[in-house]
Design a protein around this ligand. Structure first.
Ligand SMILES: [Zn+2]
Ligand SMILES: [Zn+2]
Length: 364
């Protein structure tokens, strides 16, 4: 895409010569993510245009450079194998990578489809193309044994797992999740796998809540049917032991007003996780006494995905334990990315169907 709010152009370029240590991946599916839509609108700071977007990439190995023999788990890889591209490029040397062990906060890093580190013209640097060229020494892939429509979901799933890893969901906990979009549903799966006894998902429309039920949500609350926040808070509390409130609440809605509402759904001493704000959509006031001090809560933020969560998420995706593929509502050819961006920016409808997750396929 050429500039914020610009247009997507398809250009033909000769494939790069694959150098030692590098990998050329033939894209099979690339997920269209909320972050891509924010970049489309120019709402993510520090992004250089023109850019090839797309960071949720699964494909097959087209060409392996000399010396590349295994994926990041040490599994042997060969041409033709299906692999997930770990989009993040982390330096391993900066203060955050090396001292704090927090590579998601790397000061030197970038990501395919977000901040490519290549100096060359930016061809093959994102998933919205037929090929992705992993030319950076920090590139990593993970062999994946799932169909491409399921496998493509590994990156957003890793965000849900990361959100859970930031807190301790003790066995038997009641967990509430604000938002029934992809991040909400992936957080739901991660919460169930982490020991939540009861999960409550708040969101809309009804069809998304149905999907949440298929993913194992015990209780769903339709925010269109219950537009009053105080009523929603009471409904959540009524599902918790003693009516005190949830042990952990995850904000996966990307709406600032969800934050004070979600804190009010917590019991005293509970934990609130902001996991749905990957761009700046404004401010909201918090009362330090009632929301924080007196309530004695733990307030947690979560940024980006890192390797351990891709590794943890992969076998869960591969297991078939959850109907992940149901999340993919549209599979579109490359030349319809603009339609996808518009649908997600407006009414979440495309081709007469509600949008859940759109993926781009190179073979269409
Ligand atoms: Zn994403
Ligand atoms: Zn670093």
């Amino acid at each position: 895409m050429d500039k914020p709010h610009g247009t997507f152009h398809i250009e033909e370029k000769p494939l790069p010569e694959v150098k030692p240590g590098q990998i050329l991946v033939k894209q099979e599916r690339t997920g269209v993510c909320g972050t891509c839509v924010h970049m489309y609108h120019g709402r993510l700071p520090g992004i250089k245009y023109p850019i090839i977007l797309g960071h949720e990439i699964v494909g097959t190995i087209d060409t392996l450079g000399d010396g590349v023999k295994a994926d990041l788990m040490g599994e042997p890889i060969k041409e033709g194998d299906r692999v997930y591209v770990l989009p993040g490029l982390r330096c391993g040397k900066c203060y955050f990578c090396s001292v704090l062990g927090a590579p998601n906060l790397c000061t030197e890093g970038g990501a395919y489809g977000v901040k490519p580190l290549s100096d060359d013209p930016l061809y093959f640097t994102g998933g919205y193309g037929d090929y992705v060229y992993l030319d950076h020494p920090w590139s990593k892939v993970l062999k994946i044994n799932a169909d491409p429509d399921t496998a493509v979901l590994l990156e957003p799933f890793s965000i849900g797992i990361h959100a859970l890893d930031r807190v301790w969901v003790k066995t038997g906990s009641v967990v509430a999740i604000q938002g029934a979009g992809a991040i909400g549903l992936f957080t739901l799966v991660a919460a169930r796998e982490s020991g939540a006894f009861k999960t409550i998902v708040l969101g809309a429309p009804a069809s998304r809540l149905e999907l949440a039920k298929e993913f194992g949500a015990d209780v769903t609350i339709n925010i269109e049917e219950v537009p009053d926040a105080s009523q929603r808070i009471e409904l959540v509390k009524s599902e918790t032991p003693g009516g005190y409130g949830a042990d952990v609440v995850f904000e996966c809605a990307g709406v600032p007003t969800a934050v004070p509402e979600g804190i009010d759904m917590l019991r005293r001493g509970g934990t609130y996780v902001v996991a749905g704000h990957f761009t700046d959509v404004g401010e909201i006031s918090i009362n330090p006494f009632t929301h924080l001090n007196n309530k004695h809560i733990t307030l947690v933020g979560v940024w980006g995905g890192i390797l351990p969560y891709f590794v943890k998420g992969k076998p869960i995706l591969e297991s078939g334990k959850y109907p992940f593929k149901e999340m993919v509502s549209h599979i579109l050819p490359l030349d319809r990315i603009g339609d996808a961006m518009k649908a997600i920016s407006t009414d979440y409808r495309l081709d007469g169907k509600e949008v859940r997750k759109i993926v781009i396929a190179s073979d269409l």
